[in-house]
Design a protein around this ligand. Structure first.
Ligand code: PEP
Ligand code: MG
Length: 756
């Protein structure tokens, strides 16, 4: 191993060289060997890096600095990382090694522009995936810049994220090396990514996304790309979607890139010719066959030449169940349009539920149709293959519960209960919110049970932003945990309580408090047991009075004109001490059993006094409040405006409940379909409140999070990460894509900073 040369050209790389050239280098080498058109590149091997550490004399000092670092202490981690990276950058690359690098660079051409990419590797686990942990530098030209870029890649092996990741994965820093790929940069005229097989279903359809300019536009999500589907079985292009491509990313002088507007005539033009699609799909097949795994491939085209830039296994989900609505479009008569509240496609016979009496009519596989669902209906919702409602938006009861059950749902269709008839066969696309006449796609329809079994693969990507998950039903805890989420950012207990069928007050009046406490305790415990040691923020009861009315004991609930603005959340608990106490007793039981990761979140808090009062009451009930994690939901504008006062009052965290924050900022009832199109999560006033609260929390070192529906929207999350949010809690079905969005945004922030 030690006589491994400093440099290996792609054509020289063999399978056994992975420990020397890392995953990326090996992949490019292998692709070259099977005849894929990879742009010329050489790899500065891991052994060269080791020689650099030894010959410059920094090896011992470097590893000593890393010993015993508490990676959970972000200040210590950051300081250590800075020190070690500075050390790596402080020495000069040994003469011989420098000569070898520059000689190879010269062989590539005259002052070629190159991309310099890190390719980390672990000795004992050569294929360990360190993707995204180290740096890449694009548009590098000239000896001096090249050497600096390589040294920066080496240094990035000791970035905070990389050290943290290795510690968490149990890798010894000494056993991890880094190779650096120096590759001719292709100034692509068009570029993109392709999945050799469908990334969700695993079907042998190659999906190609393409746009103008450099591929970064597609990878970073800056542009909606064209989308082409090539069926590898029939060898035909079976679908194409030509997007409106407004911007492209192009090289900016000799360094960096810039975003420019696409010329008018190309904005709606197809990026790829049929011939190019076919060729790309052929390369995708070669890569997939060779690696014996579906591949996620970056490609680019210059003139007539296609280049394959990168290929790695698809890390997202493979499931037999199609979750996309795309296939059914255009094939059926659309009966209704609403909001796509829970993705998936299902076909079945309609059962209209006008009242509780109709619930028993819902059998396994039926399509349940109701004006709106309520907690009484959850048992029937479990059986339904899909759910359609007249009313509601993305955050209504039907939407939340359907997502947790993994059942496709369209909400706010306005007239489903009038238009649809009992027994009628319909197909629903829960992603697009469409209801089709008849059995549109029998062969691929997922039934509710299949959809419910769908879980995202455990996350492969580590993000600095914590990506958590929302849970409302304990039965969804397993699916939630299977997303690999970093904790639960919102556990709504009202679904659990409303499911009991009796109001908390009923338990109090009937002296059955222990029964209530135990139900609550065991529901929360079911969730906590799936998230061992990860933070779980349980929200105290937040049920509007109208939701209690149908329950036993609900007859005493006050009639309110607008329950959304009424006696709910912490306001009610502060006035109903005994109801609050029952909840706190359940929390105490968990804390006493060692569930220290349990945090409590107070809903609908509008003034710091309410937080202080709630904390005081908990203390009165025997909780050691100073040593517990207690926070607030920011869902009334006043709580965002007064965030400094909340911080002074001692909150440990704040989480945006955007579902309410939007309705209270804009005066738009979140469940009223008549004003649904005015419900704008990205309204500047909403963003201003959020931005202000994030910045103040950051400054004070208080974790700022989001658990409203906007946290499941990639575009919003991109903005939130850019604005500095510390964590995001998404719906189960959205965790994976939100994690990817956060990772991409973080990388872009780092890349932009490096280019400055
Ligand atoms: C919110 O308001 O954004 C929230 C998460 O709470 P809920 O939807 O339960 O009101
Ligand atoms: Mg709320």
């Amino acid at each position: 191993m030690s006589n491994m040369p400093d440099i290996l050209w792609l054509a020289e790389i063999k399978k056994e060289d992975i420990p020397s050239v890392g995953g990326k280098g090996a992949s490019l080498g292998e692709m070259t060997s099977v005849g894929l058109p990879v742009p010329p590149a050489f790899v500065v091997t891991a052994q060269a890096f080791r020689r650099f550490l030894v010959e410059t004399g920094i090896e011992d000092e470097l590893f000593k600095k890393l010993e015993g670092v508490d990676v959970e202490d972000s200040d210590v981690l950051e300081t250590t990382a800075q020190r070690v990276m500075k050390l790596v950058m402080s020495v000069k690359i040994p003469k011989k090694l420098e000569e070898n690098i520059l000689l190879s660079y010269k062989k590539m051409g005259d002052n070629e522009v190159v991309a310099v990419r890190s390719s980390a590797t672990a000795e004992d686990l050569p294929d360990a995936s360190f993707a995204g942990q180290q740096e890449t530098y694009l548009n590098i030209r000239g000896d001096e810049d090249l050497l600096v870029a390589i040294q920066k890649c080496w240094a990035s092996l000791y970035g905070a994220r990389a050290i943290y990741y290795r510690a968490k994965q149990g890798f010894d820093d000494r056993s991890v090396d880094i190779a650096v790929v120096v590759q001719k940069l292709v100034y692509s005229e068009k570029a993109g990514v392709m999945f050799s097989s469908h990334p969700v279903t695993g079907e042998s359809s190659t999906i190609i996304e393409a746009s103008w300019g450099l591929g970064e536009a597609v990878v970073s999500g800056a542009v909606s790309p064209d989308n082409y589907v090539f069926d590898q079985n029939s060898k035909h292009i079976v679908d194409r979607y030509i997007a409106n491509k407004i911007v492209e990313i192009v090289p900016d002088g000799s360094k960096g890139t810039k975003e420019v507007e696409v010329s008018k005539e190309r904005q709606n033009a197809t990026v790829l010719s049929d011939n190019e699609i076919i060729k790309l799909a052929k390369f995708a097949k070669i890569a997939e066959d060779h690696y014996e795994n579906p591949q996620d491939i970056e490609w680019s085209i210059v003139g007539d030449t296609i280049y394959i830039l990168q290929s790695r296994p698809i890390t997202t989900i493979t499931s037999k169940t199609s979750k996309k609505g795309k296939d059914v479009h255009g094939e059926g008569n659309i009966l209704l349009e609403g909001q796509g509240a829970s993705p998936g496609i299902a076909t079945g016979a309609v059962v209209i539920v006008h009242s509780v009496k109709d619930l028993s009519k819902v059998k396994d596989g039926n399509i349940m149709v109701a004006k709106m669902t309520d907690p009484d209906m959850v048992p029937a919702m479990r059986k339904a293959a899909a759910i359609i409602t007249d009313e509601g938006g993305m955050t209504c009861h039907a939407a939340i519960v359907s997502r947790e059950l993994g059942t496709p749902a369209a909400v706010g269709t306005k007239k489903a209960t009038q238009i649809l008839k009992d027994g009628q066969i319909v197909t629903i696309d829960g992603e697009k919110g469409l209801v089709f006449e008849g059995d549109v796609k029998r062969a691929e329809e997922p039934q509710a049970q299949q959809a419910a079994g769908f879980i995202s693969a455990p996350a492969q990507i580590i993000t600095a932003t914590s990506i958590k998950v929302n849970v409302s039903l304990p039965e969804a805890a397993k699916r939630a945990a299977a997303t690999g989420a970093d904790g639960v950012g919102l556990l709504r207990i009202e679904h659990l309580i409303l499911g009991l069928g009796k109001t908390p007050n009923w338990y109090i009046i009937n002296k059955k408090e222990d029964e209530f406490i135990n139900e609550l305790y065991s529901g929360i415990k079911t969730v906590m047991d799936e998230f061992n040691g990860k933070p779980v923020w349980v929200r105290t009861l937040d049920a509007p009075t109208d939701e209690f009315r149908n329950m036993k004991g609900g007859e005493d609930e006050p009639e309110e004109h607008n329950p959304m603005l009424g006696w709910r959340g912490i306001r009610r608990d502060l006035q109903s001490k005994s109801q609050f106490r029952l909840q706190v007793e359940a929390f105490k039981k968990l804390w006493n059993e060692g569930y220290d990761n349990l945090g409590i979140m107070f809903p609908l808090v509008g003034h710091p006094d309410e937080f202080i009062a709630a904390k005081g009451m908990m203390k009165e009930f025997g909780v050691d409040v100073e040593n517990k994690t207690l926070g607030i939901m920011v869902e009334i504008p006043s709580s965002a405006i007064l965030i400094d006062d909340f911080i002074s009052a001692g909150i440990n965290f704040a989480s945006f409940g955007t579902n309410d924050l939007i309705q209270y900022t804009l005066a738009i009832d979140r469940n009223n379909q008549n004003v649904a199109d005015m419900y704008r999560p990205k309204h500047p006033a909403v963003l201003k409140l959020i931005e202000y609260a994030i910045k103040r929390c950051r400054k004070a070192g208080v974790e700022c999070s989001i658990c409203g529906q906007a946290g499941s929207d990639p575009e919003m999350v991109k903005w939130l990460v850019e604005t500095g949010i510390a964590s995001v809690s998404a719906n189960i079905d959205a965790v994976q894509k939100i994690r990817e969005t956060a990772a991409r945004t973080e990388k872009k922030i780092i890349l932009d900073a490096a280019r400055k």
